[in-house]
Design a protein around this ligand. Structure first.
Ligand SMILES: Cc1cc2nc3c(=O)[nH]c(=O)nc-3n(C[C@H](O)[C@H](O)[C@H](O)COP(=O)(O)OP(=O)(O)OC[C@H]3O[C@@H](n4cnc5c(N)ncnc54)[C@H](O)[C@@H]3O)c2cc1C
Length: 385
């Protein structure tokens, strides 16, 4: 009998697997792919996420971002130089494998290449059914991503879905070198979302993602994004489609008496930027605390939903409001940013983990008027390639 079985070996599942195993619990992690596996993702670890990590990921970092180039619908470009690292770029295949290896090191049993099908309650524990066998557990954790089978089976369905298309684009080294230390965020690329260019060591991640649940010509949008950023220099390009999860900040239910959902299975990704790894880690940490207390008889698993609705959801609610306003008023946003460029330093502070969305109403007038930190520089330009 396992203390916990975790379905899914992304950052949420492997983090919880590591933490529980390190405490001496008997844990099995079941992942349908064999590691290393591809994961459609920009692989941008914001500074706030980097600070939240409790393992050293320096060996996974492909590039460090110091400059964000924003492109707006009227072709205006605003470049924001942060002076200190704001995003750490990782290759998700290597990053996820690294986190899994650490979990295994601490004793978490890893069954990769095994598919979770179902579970049933035998009266004293839960029995997990996969394509390879059946396993008994006290607690079952769904860390199986946005299309979580666990969420469907338990009817713990939360949040919303958007869509994204990502190209892993191989180009000449000189082009990659030119983008080192920078990312492009293009609000011109797609409605209600953005296009991105993130350098990834030997290639670029170029993508388009929208918080709308359908958009008709996303392939053309990605082709345009690739054409505009690397022209005809593409040597090879692999394109992957994926759904994006996000929340509108409504309170949710994320557990029942023996089951907990973590990571994208909760659909608690940031509705303003699409960043999901931060809340994947946060939900893993909170679930770890609650499961530990549950095993020592201090609380039931319901404590988990209470904590997420208290500690995670309120900030997302503000991120959602801001996202609604921003994506519906891009021209206004671009003009305001040109008039009060210091407002951008507010978002820098959120990505750095030095401020929250919740503080926006109170703090944004102060940010607009304050003198920007000497490290952050903003260049407003038109038609910069
Ligand atoms: C195109 C795109 C770009 C993104 N860019 C960024 C970014 O730059 N920065 C950022 O912070 N976030 C980004 N995100 C979001 C981020 O990828 C997710 O929030 C993050 O991966 C969530 O981690 P997780 O561990 O919850 O789930 P996942 O990483 O999705 O892992 C879930 C795992 O469960 C496994 N699984 C599923 N079903 C089963 C089953 N039945 N049996 C066994 N295993 C199963 C899957 O194979 C998978 O390995 C992006 C997302 C997309 C789609």
């Amino acid at each position: 009998m396992y203390d916990a079985i975790i379905i899914g070996g992304g950052p949420a599942g492997s983090t919880l697997g590591r933490k529980l195993s390190k405490e001496g619990y008997k844990v099995l992690l079941i992942e349908k792919h064999v590691f290393p596996r591809y994961k459609a993702c920009g692989g941008g670890i914001t500074r706030r996420c980097y600070k939240l990590l409790d393992v050293d990921i320096s060996q996974c970092i492909e590039d460090i971002t110091y400059e964000i180039i924003f492109r707006f619908p009227n072709d205006k470009t605003i470049a924001l130089q942060t002076g200190e690292p704001i995003i750490y770029q990782v290759d998700r295949a290597k990053f996820d494998k690294y986190l899994i290896d650490i979990a295994a090191y601490y004793g978490c049993e890893i069954h990769d290449g095994e598919i979770f099908y179902d579970f049933y309650d035998n009266g004293k524990s839960l029995v997990v059914v996969t394509d390879k066998g059946e396993y008994e557990t006290k607690v079952l954790v769904g860390a199986d991503g946005i299309n979580s089978n666990m969420a469907y089976k338990t009817r713990l369905l939360n949040g919303k879905k958007g869509i994204a298309l990502e190209g892993e684009v191989y180009v000449d080294d000189s082009l990659i070198d030119g983008l080192k230390g920078k990312v492009v965020v293009d609000f011109n690329a797609i409605r209600y979302g953005y296009g991105w260019v993130f350098p990834k060591g030997d290639r670029l991640s170029i993508g388009v993602g929208t918080f709308l649940n359908k958009v008709s010509n996303i392939k053309e949008m990605l082709s345009k994004m690739i054409e505009e950023n690397v022209g005809g220099n593409t040597k090879d390009c692999k394109i992957y489609g994926h759904q994006l999860s996000f929340s509108d900040g409504s309170d949710g239910v994320f557990n029942n008496d023996k089951i907990i959902l973590i990571g994208d299975a909760t659909r608690l990704a940031d509705p303003f930027t699409g960043e999901g790894i931060y809340n994947a880690l946060l939900t893993a940490y909170i679930s770890f605390d609650v499961i530990k207390k549950h095993f020592s008889g201090e609380c039931g698993l319901d404590e988990y939903t209470l904590r997420l609705n208290r500690e995670v959801v309120p900030d997302i609610r503000w991120a959602y409001r801001l996202s609604q306003f921003t994506y519906n008023n891009m021209d206004f946003i671009e003009k305001s940013v040109r008039l009060f460029p210091n407002v951008l330093s507010y978002f820098v502070d959120i990505m750095m983990g030095d401020n929250t969305y919740m503080n926006f109403k109170l703090k944004v007038p102060m940010y607009a008027l304050r003198v920007m930190s000497s490290k952050t520089k903003i260049k407003v330009e038109k038609n910069v390639p």
